[in-house]
Design a protein around this ligand. Structure first.
Ligand code: ADE
Length: 232
């Protein structure tokens, strides 16, 4: 099985890249900012695609995630896309910093188009996720949760309401965008997320995220390696 990881931040991918000793293929996606790291694991190709940078920082968010996912699918033709990275979660659901979750559903939480009709449905997304996620989570002992995606790190009350109404558990900035592109190409997508911050902890989100980024990235690297070993 040819697996391609799509990751937003270099810091989120670095422990994983170091672990597999994957080398960068420079300018593979030029002129796009995405970066390709490629390795061979158990005789199969393993690709890691980073969103890349603009304005001197890693490109986070939905637009860059769509570009990276589409470029990855078109150029690399993977059998499975894994969007791995960090997320916010909720203490009230029993989440703790550093917990690793696999996705059982994914949708947007900040696209407010009124109506319970086709527009409202499109806005929320609710894309399919890899049908082996539950099996993997059970075999490897990971939690599962519904990922909701938006374009901001902070949590505004209108977003919190949509998350609450839809029973969202993990808040990120890329998952639904990656899953949207995968749905167009009918490529299975799995999300592996580690918690850097608790949206209901009362802490300042960016400060909590920054403090826990390295630890959560190590946790997600370990999970990625175990999932690869399980699947490849
Ligand atoms: N990534 C890590 N923490 C996040 C949060 N609270 N919201 C969105 N993306 C995140």
């Amino acid at each position: 099985m040819k697996i391609c990881f799509v990751v937003a931040m270099q810091a989120e991918a670095q422990p994983f890249i170091d672990r597999f000793g994957v080398a960068e293929e420079k300018d593979f996606f030029a002129p796009l900012p995405c970066r390709l790291y490629r390795a061979n694991v158990n005789g199969s190709e393993l690709d890691v695609v980073l969103n890349g940078q603009q304005h001197g920082s890693d490109l986070v968010g939905c637009e860059a995630a769509c570009v990276a996912t589409m470029a990855a699918i078109q150029r690399l033709q993977p059998d499975l896309i894994i969007n791995s990275g960090t997320c916010g979660a909720f203490r009230k659901n029993g989440a703790e910093i550093g917990d690793v979750y696999l996705s059982n559903a994914v949708m947007f939480h900040d696209r407010r188009v009124p109506g319970d009709d086709a527009w409202g449905t499109q806005a929320l997304g609710n894309y399919p996720v890899f049908d082996r996620a539950a099996e993997i989570a059970q075999a490897l002992g990971y939690k599962m949760g519904k990922v909701t995606t938006g374009s901001s790190l902070d949590l505004q009350p209108c977003d919190a309401q949509i998350i609450e109404e839809n029973k969202g558990e993990l808040k990120d900035m890329e998952g639904a965008a990656v899953a949207f592109v995968c749905s167009l190409y009918q490529i299975p997508v799995l999300l592996i997320k580690s918690v850097t911050d608790l949206c209901d902890s009362g802490a300042e989100t960016y400060e909590e995220f920054s403090r826990n980024l390295a630890m959560a990235s190590r946790a997600v690297a370990e999970a990625n390696a175990r999932v690869i070993q399980y699947l490849m």
